[in-house]
Design a protein around this ligand. Structure first.
Ligand code: CA
Length: 247
């Protein structure tokens, strides 16, 4: 498959707005912090973990769209983290980072389900290009600035929701947009109220779980307005799932 490597165009010189959330699992504090700063500066949301155990636990929250995973880590190494998450059925894209550039390491990581591999030291533009490429292979399909699932289309530049089966479109508010983007990046997956709350309102917010239900109802009205067949289905006692339908 030919990958579209062209970066998302900037809007009025500003970085494109994206709420893609990246986890940096790296034990070298300086490098971890530099990566988080760079990613944040590029418009991503980024968190850090300093060892294999912390990284594994954070990945298991399901909050991350992409993981940068160092191989040489304390507690247990990056290959073990990758082995554990894939065994759990977590298919988040992973880019391995390592100082070791042996063929065995690379093959080992790819065999375990890594999406890409970057040897240290690397240039930040190279890393950012890999992130863009890997993130486009995700479950939700990104075409230029558009995220799609079934007949539903979200323009990440204009915050506009539309449907391939109608000519209607509607603009989303900031929280609606974040929630819709999260759903579109995880079609067919059950997202718990807790995951959604943390993802859209953040760890430190006092947002109540019922905020999620309120915003889901806003989104459903807008999806109905654009006549989408794709639905947000409730999963009793857990949360919600985006069911892609139509084309
Ligand atoms: Ca390391």
């Amino acid at each position: 498959m030919i990958q579209n490597r062209r970066p998302v165009p900037e809007r009025n010189g500003r970085k494109p707005v994206t709420y893609m959330k990246i986890l940096v699992v790296e034990d070298e504090t300086g490098l971890r912090e530099a990566l988080i700063r760079t990613l944040t500066g590029e418009g991503y949301l980024a968190d850090g973990a300093a060892d294999g155990d912390e990284g594994y636990s954070m990945i298991c929250t399901g909050l991350y769209d992409l993981v940068l995973l160092d191989i040489m880590l304390p507690v247990y190494d990056g290959l073990e983290v990758l082995r554990r998450i894939r065994k759990q059925g977590i298919d988040v894209p992973v880019i391995m980072l390592t100082a070791r550039s042996t063929v065995e390491d690379k093959v080992g990581g790819m065999d375990l389900g890594a999406d890409d591999y970057l040897t240290k030291p690397f240039a930040m533009p190279e890393l950012l290009a890999r992130i863009r490429m890997v993130s486009r292979r995700g479950t939700g399909t990104v075409t230029d600035s558009r995220l799609k699932a079934g007949d539903l289309i979200l323009d990440t530049q204009t915050y506009t929701l539309s449907c391939s089966g109608s000519d209607r479109s509607v603009r989303l508010g900031a929280k609606e947009y974040q929630l819709m983007e999260y759903l579109l990046r995880n079609p067919g997956q059950v997202l718990s109220r807790e995951q959604i709350t943390q993802r859209v309102w953040g760890y430190d917010s006092d947002a109540e779980y019922n905020n999620v239900d309120v915003y889901i109802s806003f989104l459903r009205k807008k999806m109905k307005f654009v006549q989408a067949e794709t639905k947000i289905s409730p999963v009793r006692g857990v949360g919600y799932e985006l069911e892609a339908a139509g084309t």
